[in-house]
Write a protein that binds this ligand. Structure first.
Ligand code: GDP
Length: 597
C-alpha cells in the first residue's frame, strides 16, 4: 500500500513567481499573497530566491527542497506516491500546533455496486443525531463516528468522475478511497477505471466487498479478480484490505470504518486548527431565501462565522454556518464539512477558499485575480508531449503519465507493455489508465489532474472531451499506427520530438481545357473554385477521386502574363512540374506545409 506523505517539492535556487505558482499548482495571486504576508512585495514575473520560495511552499503545505541539493532527489517512490507529491494540494501542516485530523473518504466503484446505498447506510447508522431532531441533510459531505469514537469524513458525491474533476481543479481532498465491488458481480470496467483514477492520485484504497447478503455472492472470485489487477488481498499475502459488507443490511460498516482509520494511521494526518482556515468547495448553489449556499470542507485551520473568505472570484463574510445535521455552528475545524452562507457568487466545486482580512482586501484580491485571468489567460500551462519533455529535462517530472484509449481491448496489453518499456533512468513512462472506448471527459480530467497526455489509438474523442481538452490545454494525440505512438513517446522521453508539419490547403481548381505547348509540356486551362492558387506551392492532381500526381506549380499565368497568385472565381493556366497528362475535369488541389508543433 502506498502512502501519500507530505508533498515534497523541489524548488530551484531562483524561481519566478509565475513558475513557482505552477509548481505548487496555485495561482500566482496565491503566491503574491503569501509573499505579502511575509513582507515581500513581488510581481508575477519577479524572481525570488529559494529561501523565500520555500517559506511560501511551506505555508501552502509542501515540504520544499532545494533543487540539486545532495539529498533532494528522493528515489522515485513506488506507484502513486511520487505523483501525489508533485500534484497533491493536500494541505498538511507540519507546525508544532498541528493536531491529528479525521480522514476524508470518497466512495467509488462500478455503477449499481452500491455506492449510494453504502453512503446512506453509514449516514443512518453512524451520524450522531443533530439538534434538529436527527434529520440529516445531503450537503455534499458528512461525518461518521467509528466504534472507538473517532471521526471519519465522507464525501457524499460518489464516483471517480467527481473525484478526478476535483483533482483536475487542483483540489485533492481525499485521504482514502473506498472502492465498492459487488460480490455478486465482480470487478467491472468502471471498477478498474475507479482504481486507476485513485492510484493516479496516490490515494490508498480500501475495498468494500458489498452485497455479501446476495444469494450469488462470490467473494473468492472477486478477490481473484482483484489479484489480477494488482490488488492482492491480505489473505493471499498482499496488503490490500478487503472488507466484506452488506450496505443494504448495514452489516460490516464498523469493520469498514475501522479499516479506513487503520489505513490513515500510517498517513499521520494532521492540521493546525489554530490558523486561518483553508479548504475546498464541495458544492454550491443559490437559494432564493438564503442566497449563495456553499458546502465547503475545511482542510486546515478553523473557519468562524464572521470570517471573510475568498473563493476564486467569489468572496464574502461568513454570515452563518450549518453542519450536515442541520444544526447551526459557529466554527468548523480541519476535515469538517459545513454549509456556508454569505458568498457573493456561486463558486465552482473544487475551488479553494482562503481567509482574508476583510471585504476590502477580498475586493482588491478578486480584482487582481480577474485581471490575471483576463490577462495572460490564466495559469494552466498546456500539457503536451513537448512541454512534458521540457519538464522532464528541468527535472520537474519523473513520471510521464499517459491515459490510453484504444478501439479494442486486445490492443491494450501489448501497447501498455511497449510504452512502459520506453522508461529510461529517472523517467517512468506510466500508463495511468487504459481502456477500450472513445476518449471522454473523465479521461481528459485524469490527464489534467496527473499532468499527463491522452493517447487515442484508433479511437476519437467525444466532442465534449475535445472541448474540455482545449479549455484545460491537455493534449489529445490520435494515432492509427502503434509504431508512431511508440516513436513519439520515445522521442519525448529522449528529447528528440521534432517539429511536425501538416498540410494546409490553399485552393481548389478545376481543369477545363488542356493546351499542349511542346512535346513534353501541357498547360491546364483552369478555373479557381475555392481559395487561392500560388506559384511554387505544392499541388496534387486528382482524377475521379484518385491522386494521380503530386508536384510543384512551376508556372501560373493569367492570360499570357505570369501571375504570382490567382484567386477564386478567376481563370488561369497552370503547369505542374513533371506532369503533362492533364485531362478536362481533373481537380488540382494546392497546398503548403505548415509547422503545427
Ligand atoms: P450505485 O450505483 O453504486 O450508487 O449503487 P446503489 O447504491 O444505487 O445500489 C444499486 C442497487 O444495488 C440498488 O438496488 C441497491 O438496493 C442494491 N444494493 C446495494 N447494496 C446492496 C447490498 O448490500 N445487498 C444487496 N442485496 N443489494 C444491494
Amino acid at each position: 500500500m502506498t502512502q501519500a506523505t507530505e508533498p515534497r517539492i523541489q524548488i530551484p535556487q531562483a524561481v519566478a513567481v509565475k513558475d513557482l505558482a505552477a509548481m505548487l499548482r496555485v495561482t500566482p495571486i496565491d503566491i503574491i499573497k503569501e509573499l505579502m504576508k511575509n513582507g515581500v512585495m513581488a510581481t508575477i514575473n519577479q524572481v525570488v530566491d529559494f529561501d523565500t520560495a520555500a517559506v511560501v511552499a511551506t505555508d501552502l503545505g509542501f515540504s520544499p527542497e532545494e533543487e540539486g541539493a545532495a539529498a533532494a532527489v528522493a528515489a522515485p517512490a513506488a506507484d502513486g506516491a511520487a505523483e501525489a507529491a508533485s500534484t497533491s494540494r493536500r494541505v498538511i501542516d507540519d507546525d508544532p500546533d498541528a493536531m491529528p485530523r479525521p480522514p476524508v473518504v470518497t466512495v467509488l466503484g462500478h455503477v449499481d455496486h452500491g455506492k449510494t446505498t453504502l453512503l446512506d447506510s453509514i449516514r443512518r447508522a453512524k451520524v450522531a443525531a443533530g439538534e434538529a431532531g436527527g434529520i440529516t441533510q445531503h450537503i455534499g459531505a458528512y461525518q461518521a463516528k467509528a466504534p472507538d469514537g473517532r471521526t471519519v469524513t465522507f464525501i457524499d458525491t460518489p464516483g471517480h468522475a467527481a473525484f478526478t474533476e476535483m483533482r483536475a481543479r487542483g483540489a485533492q481532498v481525499t485521504d482514502v478511497a473506498i472502492v465498492v465491488v459487488a460480490a455478486d458481480d465482480g470487478v467491472m470496467p468502471q471498477t478498474r477505471e475507479a482504481i486507476d483514477h485513485v492510484k493516479a492520485a496516490g490515494v490508498p484504497i480500501v475495498i468494500a466487498l458489498n452485497k455479501m447478503d446476495a444469494n450469488n455472492a462470490n467473494p473468492d472470485r472477486v478477490k481473484q479478480q482483484l489479484m489480477e489487477i494488482g490488488l492482492v488481498p491480505e489473505e493471499y499475502g498482499g496488503d490490500q484490505i478487503v472488507v466484506p459488507v452488506s450496505a443494504l443490511r448495514g452489516e460490516g460498516i464498523d469493520a469498514l470504518l475501522e479499516n479506513v482509520l487503520l489505513v490513515t494511521e500510517m498517513q499521520d494526518l494532521r492540521a493546525n486548527p489554530k490558523r486561518d482556515a483553508v479548504g475546498v468547495v464541495l458544492e454550491a448553489s443559490t437559494d432564493r431565501h438564503r442566497g449563495v449556499v456553499a458546502t465547503v470542507l475545511v482542510q486546515t485551520g478553523t473557519l468562524h462565522v464572521g470570517d471573510t473568505i475568498i473563493v476564486g472570484l467569489a468572496f464574502g463574510k461568513v454570515k452563518a454556518m450549518n453542519d450536515a445535521s442541520g444544526g447551526r455552528v459557529k466554527q468548523a475545524g480541519p476535515s469538517e464539512p459545513v454549509i456556508v452562507l454569505g458568498l457573493s457568487d456561486v463558486p465552482p466545486a473544487g475551488e479553494r477558499f482562503t481567509v482574508v482580512a476583510d471585504e476590502k482586501a477580498a475586493r482588491v484580491e478578486t480584482e487582481a485575480r480577474r485581471r490575471l485571468a483576463e490577462g495572460d489567460g490564466g495559469v494552466t500551462a498546456a500539457v503536451t508531449l513537448d512541454s512534458l519533455f521540457g519538464e522532464i529535462h528541468r527535472g520537474r517530472v519523473r513520471d510521464f503519465n499517459i491515459v490510453l484509449k484504444t478501439d479494442v481491448q486486445g490492443s491494450i496489453d501489448p501497447l501498455v507493455r511497449a510504452l512502459e518499456e520506453l522508461s529510461v533512468e529517472g523517467i517512468n513512462v506510466k500508463v495511468i489508465h487504459a481502456s477500450a472506448g472513445t476518449i471522454n471527459d473523465s479521461d481528459v480530467n485524469l490527464a489534467v489532474a496527473s499532468k499527463g497526455v491522452v493517447i487515442g489509438f484508433n479511437t476519437d474523442p467525444e466532442p465534449g472531451a475535445r472541448r474540455l481538452a482545449d479549455v484545460q490545454k491537455v493534449e489529445i494525440r490520435e494515432y492509427r499506427i502503434i509504431y508512431d505512438i511508440l516513436d513519439d513517446v520515445q522521442r519525448a522521453v529522449n528529447g528528440l520530438l521534432e517539429p511536425v508539419f501538416a498540410e494546409q490547403e490553399d485552393g481548389r481548381v478545376e481543369v477545363r481545357q488542356v493546351f499542349r505547348v511542346a512535346r513534353r509540356s501541357a498547360i491546364a486551362g483552369s478555373y479557381v473554385r475555392e481559395g487561392t492558387i500560388r506559384r511554387n506551392s505544392m499541388a496534387r492532381v486528382r482524377r475521379a477521386g484518385a491522386i494521380i500526381h503530386q508536384g510543384r506549380i512551376e508556372s501560373l499565368k493569367r492570360f499570357a502574363e505570369d501571375a504570382r497568385e490567382v484567386a477564386s472565381g478567376f481563370e488561369c493556366g497552370i503547369q505542374i512540374e513533371g506532369f503533362e497528362d492533364f485531362m478536362e475535369g481533373d481537380e488540382i488541389l494546392a497546398y503548403h506545409m505548415e509547422q503545427v508543433r
